[in-house]
Design a protein around this ligand. Sequence first.
Ligand SMILES: [Ca+2]
Ligand SMILES: [Ca+2]
Ligand SMILES: [Ca+2]
Ligand SMILES: [Ca+2]
Length: 409
Amino acid sequence: MKLLRYSFLFFVLPCFSQTKILFDASKAQMCSNADWIIDADQNNIGTGTNGAMVTGQGNEANPQRFPSPAQSGITQSTPETYWDGALSAWAVDLVKLGYEVETLPYNSTITYGNTNNAQDLSHYKVFISDEPNIVFSASEKTALLQFVQHGGGLFMIADHAISDRNFDGFDSPQIWNDLMDNNSVQIHPFGMAFDSANFSQTSSNIANLPNDSCLHNSLIGNVTQIKISGGTSITLNHSQNSTSKGLIFKTGATNTGTTQILLASARFGNGKVAALTDSSPPDDGTGDTNDNLYFSYTGEANGSHRIFLLNTTIWLAATSSDTVSTGVEDISNQKSEINLFPNPTNGELNIELNEELVGEEISVLDISGRELLKNRVIQSHFSLPTSEIYSGIYFVKVHGEVKKFIKLN
Ligand SMILES: [Ca+2]
Ligand SMILES: [Ca+2]
Ligand SMILES: [Ca+2]
Ligand SMILES: [Ca+2]
């Protein structure tokens, strides 16, 4: 029996850093019946004067920067209850895809370009704020818009009108509109505004955009439905930003129009923004036991909430215009010129290529299309040491063909 001998193509692997996603908890996202956080080890804050969250004032979740137990312990079968928050399912899924997640704690300030801030937005690719209940300060609005301008991804999630949970006079549609209406960078940067509405409905009115990465991802799925449980809508203004687009619309609305939108996206500078009109779809139903939580993440809308939340996050994190899984077809299920084994792997990944590919460029990409390494194929059989790669989904790309592999812990 002939033993194939594999040599290492990449003698020195760069030390990979994961793409980091930051979940905002600095704007009372845990206030009252909200628990829009990924993990909290303590429940010891409450609403003080002017709606600020204060320790010792109550038993609301107090999420720390790093969710615990450590995300390095997450495998492909880890349940969402590994962490304690109504957004833990979304966060655990992101870790399974290869991302690193953190929380911006309640007493933090949002900055961009402040080297003294360990959680400065420059360290992250995506910032997710699910139903902020405290207005962003002038400097925070500048930071958020500069973050997007320089390539960041911002996920704005709002709730219905008159949803001021901490009684400071501002609800999330007003707070997002204030970011877009009053800032020092550019007024109305995203070509969209949240309406002042309050309705509930299940809609299957999806834009017919087969190439849209938020609606379609060959790995995660296709969006077919949304259930709004007390939410608002979005109106676009293309004269402000021609890239703004509606992805999911209210039932009966024209799904190419500029009104009655439930999920929207836009580009601004080098970055991207997505906007969702209800805080319920990410709710995984478990978290702070003092809150009334609902299993909406995969429990409603035929599982489409998980699909559009993951697809949209992957799109926001992508450096290129499209994600790997939509921009290039994954050929994992086809016989091809690329053979990867074992797959999944937790050690070396053996790569067998058709001899004709020797001399071609080979690259390894993460799920958002970020190139982790690139080289020339010097022989048809070799192995890639994956011990330095975090667990998650990755792709090997050679000569236009892309094949998926999963790195286990
Ligand atoms: Ca709460
Ligand atoms: Ca925890
Ligand atoms: Ca408020
Ligand atoms: Ca949970």
